[in-house]
Design a protein around this ligand. Structure first.
Ligand code: GLY
Length: 562
C-alpha cells in the first residue's frame, strides 16, 4: 500500500484539504453483491466506484473511469486517443463499441516514406503527423445509451481531479521525467507536464486547461470536443507542425457499433472485440488450437504447456500480418480463420519434439515493433452487468503533443498502420497490405477487451495493455483460470510469456521458471528475458456470486468497490 499524505491548500482565500492526495493502491478485493472497478490507477478506479455508489451501472462506471484515467494516468488514459468497449448485460445482451482512431482525410498510403522510399518511423511515432482522429469522446457518448446516469454526472469526478489536482505516484513521476525532452521537443508552448525541477512521488499535478475542456464536453456533449473551441484548438495545434487533421475530419468522426466476436471454449462462452482489433480473432485462434492438445493435462508454465501455447501464438500472429485490418476496407476472413477446419490444418505441423520455424507458418514479412502502452479497465456491477474496455494513445503519452489551450495529449496511433506495406525496410518496419493507410480507415489493433460467460451470464472480465502482447496475455489469463484452475490473483500475477511469430523469440518475464527455459532451449526455442509483460485487470465471479477482483501487481493498478 502506498500513501501520500494530505496537503493543506489555500484557494480563493479559503482553507480546505486538497482532495485526491491520499492514494491507496488495493490489489485484490473479494466481495459479494457490490460492484467492482479495476484500472491502472487508484483514483480512476475510485471515480468509477463513486459512480456505482451514485446508482450508476457498469457502463456509467467504465466511462467515469476512462475520463479519470485521462487526468490521472496521462501516459495512456486519454480523451485524445481511442479504444474498444465490450459489454455484456445481465440479460445476456452483448455489444461492442469501436471508437478507434481513424486516418485523416489527407492521409495516404506512403505518407511516411521519404524520397528514397524509406519508412520514417519518427514521423509515424512522434509529433503531429502521427495523430489519428481521436475517437474516445465519441465512444463515451455512444456508451450513454447503456448508462443510467447523465454525462454531466459521469464526467464530474474527472473535472474535480483535473481542477483540484492529485498526488502523482512514483511511477508517473519517473515517466514524466523520462519523457521531459520529448515533451519539450514536440510542444511549442509550456505544458503542465514539464516543470523546472524533476517530478517526485506526491507532487500535485493540476490540469486547469484539461478541466476547462472537460467542462466544454460536459456542457455541449460530444460537440464540446469535435466542434467549437476544443476542435479549433486541436486544429491550431496541427498547424504548429506537420499535422493534417481538419475541422471536417473531427466533425465526421463516427463510432462503429460492431457485432461482438463470440466463440465457445470448454464450457465458457467468450465475447471479445472483432476487427479492426486483431485481439478477438487471435484469442479465438489460440484457444482453439491449444484445445487440440488437451492443454488442461499440463501444468501452467511447464515446457509442454508453453510449447502448445507459444506454437498457437506463432500461427495466429502469422495470420494477423497477412489477413487483418479494418473490416470496412478489407474482406473480413474471421469466420474462416477461427474455423476448426482451418485451424486443424494449421496445427498439423505442431510437434512436441522441436520448435516450428516461423518461415513454415507464414510468408516472412518483417513486422513493425509495436508499442507496449495502452490501458485496460474491467468492471462488474452488482446487477451482473460487465464492461471490458481497453483504451490507448498508442505509445506512452502518444505523439507527446499536448493540445495547447486544451491540455490533453494526442495519440500516435497512425503508427499502428503498416507504414510501408509488403516491403521490408532497413528497420523491418513493414506489415501487410490489409493494414495499409487509407483516409478514414482504422489502424489494426491488438487490444483484447474480453468477457466470459457461463450459463449466459458474465463471470469473467479481463484485459490488459501491452501492444502485441495483449492477446497473448489475455489468452494466458483465461487458460490459467479455465484449464489450470488457478485463482484470479495467480492467473494475473504469475510470470507470463509471449510469442508473435516474428521475431522467432519467446519473450519470458524475468522470474519465469528456469527449468522450463532450459528445456525449451533444448528444443530449438530462442528465449529472451524481459522485465514485464502486460498489466492485466481481472474480475472473476464464482457460482455462488462471490467476486474476486485483481489489479495487476506490475504497476499502480488498483481495485475499487462500490
Ligand atoms: N496501440 C495499441 C493497440 O491498438 O493495440
Amino acid at each position: 500500500m502506498e500513501k501520500f499524505f494530505i496537503t493543506a491548500a489555500i484557494l480563493m482565500g479559503q482553507f480546505y484539504w486538497a482532495q485526491f492526495t491520499d492514494i491507496n493502491i488495493v490489489k485484490e478485493v473479494k466481495v459479494k453483491n457490490k460492484g467492482v472497478v479495476v484500472s491502472a490507477h487508484p483514483l480512476a478506479s475510485e471515480a468509477g466506484a463513486k459512480i456505482l455508489r451514485m446508482g450508476g451501472n457498469a457502463y456509467d462506471a467504465v466511462t467515469a473511469t476512462q475520463y479519470a484515467l485521462a487526468v490521472v494516468y496521462p501516459q495512456a488514459g486519454n480523451i485524445g486517443g481511442g479504444g474498444f468497449l465490450v459489454g455484456v448485460k445481465n440479460n445476456g445482451e452483448k455489444f461492442t463499441l469501436d471508437y478507434r482512431e481513424t486516418a485523416p482525410k489527407k492521409a495516404s498510403r506512403d505518407m511516411y516514406l521519404d524520397k528514397k522510399g524509406k519508412a520514417n518511423t519518427d514521423l509515424s511515432q512522434n509529433g503531429r503527423l502521427a495523430v489519428g482522429i481521436p475517437g474516445s469522446i465519441a465512444g463515451f457518448f455512444a456508451t450513454l445509451k447503456y448508462c443510467k446516469l447523465p454525462m454531466d454526472k459521469i464526467i464530474q469526478p474527472a473535472i474535480d481531479l483535473a481542477e483540484q489536482g492529485f498526488a502523482i505516484t512514483e511511477q508517473e513521476a519517473d515517466m514524466l521525467n523520462n519523457n521531459r525532452e520529448y515533451f519539450r521537443k514536440h510542444n511549442t508552448s509550456s505544458i503542465v507536464f514539464v516543470k523546472d525541477q524533476p517530478w517526485k512521488a506526491g507532487d500535485i499535478l493540476v490540469q486547469k486547461e484539461l478541466a476547462e475542456t472537460l467542462k466544454l464536453i460536459q456542457k455541449y456533449g460530444a460537440k464540446g470536443f469535435y466542434e467549437g473551441k476544443t476542435a479549433e484548438l486541436l486544429v491550431a495545434e496541427m498547424k504548429r507542425g506537420n499535422g493534417i487533421i481538419t475541422m471536417e475530419d473531427l466533425k465526421n468522426y463516427k463510432v462503429a457499433e460492431r457485432k461482438a466476436l463470440e466463440f465457445d471454449y470448454k464450457g465458457n462462452h467468450v465475447v471479445s472485440m472483432p476487427l479492426p482489433s486483431s485481439g478477438g480473432v487471435l484469442l479465438a485462434q489460440m484457444l482453439r488450437m491449444a484445445s487440440f492438445e488437451n492443454l488442461e493435462k499440463y501444468q501452467q508454465n511447464s515446457t509442454k504447456a508453453v510449447q502448445i501455447m507459444a506454437e498457437a501464438e506463432r500461427r495466429a500472429f502469422a495470420d494477423r500480418a497477412e489477413y487483418m485490418g479494418d473490416p470496412d476496407f478489407i474482406q473480413d476472413k474471421t469466420s474462416y480463420l477461427i474455423s476448426d477446419e482451418y485451424l486443424k490444418n494449421r496445427w498439423k505441423s505442431f510437434s512436441f519434439n522441436k520448435a516450428t520455424p516461423s518461415a513454415e507458418v507464414g510468408k516472412i514479412i518483417p513486422q513493425p515493433k509495436e508499442s507496449t502502452q495502452t490501458t485496460h479497465i474491467s468492471v462488474l456491477d452488482k446487477e451482473g452487468n460487465a464492461a471490458s474496455v481497453t483504451t490507448t494513445l498508442n505509445g506512452y503519452y502518444g505523439s507527446k503533443v499536448v493540445v495547447s489551450g486544451a491540455g490533453f495529449f494526442l495519440n500516435n496511433e497512425m503508427d499502428d498502420f503498416s507504414i510501408k506495406p509488403g516491403v521490408p525496410n532497413m528497420f523491418g518496419a513493414v506489415g501487410g497490405e490489409a493494414n495499409s493507410i487509407q483516409p478514414n480507415k482504422r489502424m489494426l489493433s491488438s487490444m483484447t477487451p474480453t468477457i466470459l460467460l457461463k450459463n449466459g451470464k458474465p463471470y469473467m472480465v479481463v484485459g490488459t495493455p501491452g501492444g502485441t502482447t495483449i492477446p497473448t496475455s489475455v489468452y494466458q489469463s483465461i487458460v490459467n483460470v479455465v484449464d489450470f484452475k488457478l485463482n484470479a490473483n495467480i492467473s494475473v500475477n504469475a510470470p507470463k510469456f509471449h510469442h508473435q511469430w516474428l521475431p522467432e523469440t519467446i519473450k519470458v518475464e524475468n522470474n519465469f521458471p528456469e527449468n522450463t527455459i532450459s528445456e525449451l532451449e533444448s528444443k530449438n526455442y530462442v528465449i529472451e528475458k524481459v522485465k514485464q509483460i502486460g498489466k492485466t485487470e481481472m474480475i472473476v465471479m464464482d457460482d455462488n456470486g462471490n467476486v474476486h477482483a485483481v489489479a495487476d501487481g506490475r504497476g499502480d493498478d488498483s481495485v475499487a468497490m462500490e
